[in-house]
Design a protein around this ligand. Structure first.
Ligand SMILES: Cc1cc2nc3c(=O)[nH]c(=O)nc-3n(C[C@H](O)[C@H](O)[C@H](O)COP(=O)(O)O)c2cc1C
Length: 182
């Protein structure tokens, strides 16, 4: 069975820790296709007036990437005790189109502290209808020392693997259930 996961780094820095962590995950689960979306900073500012039938091309393609994935993985820092604005903007573009609705989602908040941002993002994802298993989200604090240069220490790596494994198990369960009803 093939699995496709759309992965979003919540930091828009060119070589962010979060992008690097997603690349480590990509290596650890090489039999899974990770489609890492680095374009959240190209999305326009969300405006309900522009959330119409023919959205901006970047919005259309972002939505399509999410829709075609079996699951979504977000790896993000906390900014100013909340969700990074660019990531929240991207999520706002999916409220009406509902790409997160009923989708298996995993969240890794990798930050200096991260608790408030994590909590806020969980609330956003859950209100959008994401299915987040108890093991499919975690906070890795002190990320600069736990993953210098974006290379996670063994414990952080194991923590990330546990989250991703939980996500893959949920995809697997769904595929089996779909097969049975087909
Ligand atoms: C504008 C800004 C605000 C930040 N605010 C927080 C914060 O509230 N809590 C926190 O844990 N880390 C905060 N950080 C630190 C980030 O956690 C840290 O930059 C990031 O996890 C490290 O990855 P990077 O430097 O590769 O982006 C902030 C960083 C920036 C740039």
């Amino acid at each position: 069975m093939s699995y496709r996961i759309a992965a979003i780094p919540g930091s828009t820095k060119e070589d962010s820790t979060h992008l690097r962590l997603l690349k480590v995950i990509q290596l650890d689960f090489h039999d899974v296709t990770f489609d890492i979306y680095t374009g959240i900073s190209n999305l326009p500012h969300f405006n309900p007036d522009h959330d119409r039938d023919t959205p901006h091309e970047s919005v259309r393609s972002f939505r399509e990437k999410l829709r075609s994935a079996d699951a979504i993985l977000i790896c993000t820092p906390e900014y100013a005790m909340g969700v990074p604005g660019t990531l929240k903007n991207a999520l706002d573009w999916t409220v009406s189109s509902a790409e997160f609705y009923e989708k298996p989602v995993a969240l890794i908040t990798a930050s200096t502290v991260g608790e408030k941002g994590h909590r806020a993002l969980m609330e956003t994802l859950l209100i959008m209808g994401s299915k987040i298993a108890p093991d499919a989200h975690t906070i890795i604090s002190s990320i600069k020392s736990r993953a210098p240069g974006g290379v996670p220490d063994p414990a952080a790596r194991t923590t990330m693997q546990k989250v991703v494994r939980s996500l893959i198990e949920e995809i697997h369960r769904r595929k089996i259930a779909e097969k049975k009803t087909a």
